[in-house]
Design a protein around this ligand. Structure first.
Ligand SMILES: [Zn+2]
Length: 317
C-alpha cells in the first residue's frame, strides 16, 4: 500500500513540476550524447584507398584547413578539429600513411607521440586529425585565455586559431610545425650509439623475460659488450641521477632538451656525478652486469616526458 502511494506521489510530481521541462531535458540529453559521440568516437578509416569516401572527406578537410590556417583573413575559418583512426597494416610505413592522408611528418608524430618514423607496428591504431598541426608541449596547459595567448605567441599565430583538446588537456596549433631540434630527435639524428661496438642482444618492445620466461615489455635496448667497455653519452645533457637503482643496477640518467632523457644501466663503473654537464660522446661509465642482468651488457633507454620510446640512432637500421 505504502509503495503504491509513493508511486502515485511520484507520478503526480512528475506531471506537475517536472513535466514542463521534459522536452528540454530530453533535448539536452540528446545534445550531450551527440557531442560526446563526436568527440570520443573518431571516424574509422578502414583503408587508405583513394576511393574510400572517408579518406576523401579527410583529404578535403586537410586541404581546406591548411589554407585556413595559413590565411590571415579571419573570415577564413577552420572546421572543427576531428580525428580519424587507422589501424596500421603490414604493408604500410610512416611515409605512405602520411602521403595518403595528406598529413605531414610533424602532425603524425605529434598527434601519435611517435618517437621516430620506425615507431609503428602492424595493428597499431593511429590518430589522424582533419587538419595539419601539432600539440603544444608546454607544461601545465589549461583552457585559460592566458595560456592560449602564450602559446599563440610562441607559434606566432593568431590566438583564435588555437583549439583546446579537453581529452588531452593540450592546445592544438593548426598549421604548427615541430622545431628543428624535435625533427632531429624524430629522425634519430639526436642520439648516437652509447657504445663503439656492441651486439644488440635484446630489442625494444615485447620479449620473453630472461628470468621468468614470460612475455614482458622491454623498455630499452640491450647492447652486449665485455665488462669495462667504455659507455659514451648519447647526446648533450646533464647528469640527473647516478647510483644504484633496483633492476638497473648502477645507473646513469642524463637529462636532455625537449623532455628527453637517456638511461644507462647495469654499469660496472660510473664516472660522472649528479649535476655534471655532459657532451655527446663523453665517456660516462663502463659496461657491467650489476642489477637484474644475466651477463655483461648495457641497457640503454630513452624516455620523453617519462614515457619510454624506441631508441633510434643515426647509424642504426
Ligand atoms: Zn635491458
Amino acid at each position: 500500500m505504502e509503495d503504491l502511494c509513493r508511486l502515485r506521489y511520484l507520478r503526480k510530481f512528475l506531471k506537475s513540476r517536472f513535466f514542463p521541462f521534459k522536452n528540454f531535458v530530453i533535448l539536452s540529453l540528446t545534445y550531450i550524447i551527440l557531442i560526446n559521440q563526436l568527440y570520443s568516437n573518431p571516424i574509422l578509416l578502414a583503408n587508405l584507398e583513394y576511393s574510400n569516401p572517408n579518406l576523401k572527406s579527410l583529404r578535403e578537410d586537410v586541404k581546406d584547413n591548411l589554407k585556413a590556417s595559413r590565411s590571415r583573413n579571419s573570415q577564413h575559418k577552420l572546421t572543427r578539429l576531428e580525428f580519424y583512426t587507422y589501424k596500421v597494416q603490414k604493408s604500410d610505413n610512416f611515409f605512405t600513411i602520411m602521403a595518403r592522408t595528406g598529413m605531414n611528418l610533424d602532425t603524425l608524430s605529434s598527434v601519435n607521440n611517435l618517437a621516430s618514423p620506425h615507431d609503428l607496428s602492424t595493428g597499431q591504431k593511429m590518430l589522424i586529425p582533419n587538419m595539419r598541426g601539432i600539440f603544444s608541449q608546454k607544461e601545465n596547459q589549461n583552457e585559460s585565455e592566458e595560456n592560449k595567448n602564450e602559446i599563440a605567441k610562441d607559434f606566432k599565430i593568431p590566438a583564435e586559431k588555437l583549439i583546446f583538446d579537453p581529452n588531452r588537456s593540450q592546445w592544438f596549433i593548426p598549421g604548427g610545425e615541430l622545431i628543428g631540434k624535435e625533427k632531429m630527435f624524430f629522425y634519430g639524428f639526436a642520439f648516437s650509439k652509447p657504445l663503439l661496438e656492441g651486439r644488440l642482444s635484446s630489442g625494444f618492445g615485447k620479449r620473453n623475460d630472461p628470468f621468468t620466461n614470460k612475455l614482458t615489455f622491454h623498455g630499452g635496448v640491450d647492447l652486449a659488450a665485455p665488462k669495462g667497455t667504455a659507455v659514451y653519452a648519447s647526446a648533450d645533457g646533464k647528469v640527473d641521477f647516478q647510483g644504484k637503482q633496483g633492476g638497473y643496477g648502477n645507473l646513469i640518467i642524463l637529462k636532455h632538451e625537449l623532455g628527453y632523457e637517456s638511461r644507462y644501466g647495469h654499469l660496472s663503473k660510473i664516472l660522472v656525478k649528479k649535476g655534471n654537464k655532459i657532451k655527446k660522446g663523453d665517456k660516462i661509465g663502463e659496461v657491467g652486469s650489476t642489477g637484474r642482468s644475466t651477463g655483461n651488457h648495457l641497457h640503454f633507454e630513452v624516455r620523453r616526458f617519462s614515457k619510454r620510446e624506441r631508441p633510434v640512432f643515426r647509424n642504426h637500421r
